[in-house]
Design a protein. Structure first.
Length: 159
């Protein structure tokens, strides 16, 4: 009984070893998938690039509570459409507004930053932009010297 089980096991191993090498794996490769993968790999390094005219804006002296705003302009100098996913400020007193449409390579775009004039003395606020650039995040800064409301009027202009 034991000899017959051993014999069946040996014959099974021999039978499986002959049949498993019949198919050539290279014959099963879909050439269309290979071409798609090559195209994907060729464009994998193409990213948009945000180049700002300036990344810091100083509003100068403003009276406390005076709203001001500034448009930051940028150009997509990369090789792919630029998509801004989000823009957030370091506090609630600063509100960024951005385009939801993709910015084509070579085209320009704008990002509006509104500041409500809160705080005292020298203030600096950061705006973080999340986009599909190679870095993934870009930074902008606004500054102002906020004068108390009862102080003599300074130059509080919207820029």
């Amino acid at each position: 009984m034991k000899k017959s089980i051993l014999l069946v096991a040996i014959l099974s191993v021999i039978a499986f070893s002959f049949t498993s090498c019949k198919d050539n794996a290279a014959d099963k490769v879909n050439q269309e998938n290979v071409a798609d993968a090559a195209d994907r790999d060729a464009t994998a390094g193409n990213f948009p690039k945000m180049e700002f005219t300036n990344t810091v804006h100083d509003f100068g002296n403003i009276v406390q509570g005076t709203p001001v705003e500034h448009k930051f302009t940028f150009k997509n100098t990369g090789n792919a459409p630029l998509v801004i996913v989000d823009a957030k400020s370091s506090c609630g007193c600063t509100v960024p507004e951005f385009t939801k449409e993709p910015v084509a390579p070579g085209a320009t775009g704008e990002l509006l930053v509104k500041f409500n004039g809160s705080g005292k003395n020298q203030v600096s606020k950061a705006v973080t932009i999340t986009a599909n650039t190679a870095a993934g995040k870009e930074m902008l800064t606004i500054k102002a010297f906020v004068e108390a409301k009862d102080a003599p009027a300074g130059s509080s202009v919207i820029q």
